[in-house]
Design a protein. Structure first.
Lengths: 252, 252
């Protein structure tokens, strides 16, 4: 059955942050992410719109169908998808209830200081998930977690890593004893530093780097040492974050 | 002056690998990459097509203009560009003469085992450049270096890192003593291993991993250890390569 104009209009509204905030819902897309969401207790999947082939393939997994599933044709899927080549299934999901206030004195956190590139932000969540870094703090100006490209790049990591929208000042005021490190070109080689049990690592904006407001709270600038003969001016924000997290988690 | 139909047709042909091979030329785009190319001795920039603002800004840099510069309007730039939002300048460049056969016994090489994603391949060249890894070997099935998105993602690193199209079998036959490592989920934690002075590190295809042909030549499978509590199934190929290169270059 074809989707109604109102349904299409509602789903397309959720492509925009403004309406995701207004309705407190978001869109999840693709076999992997929707599949994982349907297995989670803390996400309420309101509606699933999927090609017949996806529904058939998943019929054996009974728990998938506690959410209403609508079979749609390829044309309608394309209308409601945020991607030019949709991946079989689109779901409308309630944003989860906020988790309890985290304990920043327990383990490391990443602080995204106005990161703009959705691919970078999603990749960083995936890195945090891999290295069991329990939370990522999105500072002012950081792209919305529920942006389609962010969710896609997380490969499902947003289901496990705690995403918190908060300024560094707020974190620091509540946890003044937790060290704040920033990734900076001139910083100290992170592989040469002793790693505290807890800390906040700031990843600066792709173009502007670490903001003045955040810099004022930094205890230690860290960097990835480049050997003699290095030519590149910098590393991509996702790659740099991966290496810094590996250094934080290394077994010495 | 507007560009002729033949000029537009020729430049657009170079958007395709087939014609880049036929004419032995490629397209470089954007202020950063074209700017760097014009300062290099080993690249012959045949023609530059740029907005008036780019030409005015660069008039003071005399050496830029040993290549013919054509002022184009935004419409023509858009016609010849490979991007939907072109960045001021497009250049037609001769592919460089092949460098002398490299000495694989000298330092590390990365081997791309059929990598398909242009962003990953460009990012990996940028990582090699940062860590002064002198060469990247593109195995069969790997995306073309001169693909627009690969060049863009390198941020200019392709000017410094030697790109070699060659199979792993050919490398191994010539340098049987050089150890071959592969990045594999079940491999040994690379931070726990002594690092030889030279080696080849295989990065597998995004979906299929390391090919059977390459696996047959592997001496050591290596991995990035995930701590207790890790949730992600994998890391992005670029991020994983960055961490593995950091491990290879670490000062212990």
């Amino acid at each position: 059955m074809a989707l109604s104009k109102n349904t299409i209009k509602f789903i397309k509204a959720l492509h925009l942050k403004k309406f995701r905030q207004k309705y407190n819902k978001f869109i999840a897309e693709g076999e992997k992410i929707v599949g994982e969401l349907l297995l989670q207790d803390d996400y309420a999947v309101q509606e699933v719109y999927a090609l017949a082939e996806w529904v058939e393939k998943n019929t054996s997994r009974g728990n998938f169908f506690s959410s209403p599933v609508h079979v749609v044709n390829e044309q309608d899927l394309k209308l409601i998808s945020q991607f030019s080549t949709p991946n079989k299934v689109v779901a409308v999901v309630d944003k989860p209830a906020p988790r309890p206030q985290p304990d920043f004195g327990n383990d490391w956190s990443l602080y995204l200081d106005g990161l703009q590139d959705p691919g970078n932000v999603g990749t960083i969540l995936r890195i945090a998930d891999w290295f069991a870094i329990p939370r990522v703090v999105a500072g002012p100006g950081t792209v919305d977690l529920y942006n389609a490209k962010v969710l896609q790049a997380t490969m499902g990591a947003f289901l496990r890593v705690n995403w918190i929208e908060m300024s560094l000042e707020t974190v620091h005021t509540a946890y003044p004893q937790v060290p704040v490190w920033s990734a900076e070109m001139g910083g100290k080689d992170i592989f040469s530093l002793p790693i505290p049990a807890a800390g906040v690592l700031i990843i600066g904006n792709e173009g502007q780097g670490v903001s003045a407001a955040a810099q004022a709270l930094v205890n230690q600038q860290v960097a990835i040492a480049a050997p003699v003969g290095s030519g590149a001016e910098s590393l991509n924000a996702g790659v740099a974050t991966g290496i810094l997290c590996a250094a934080i988690r290394r077994q010495v």
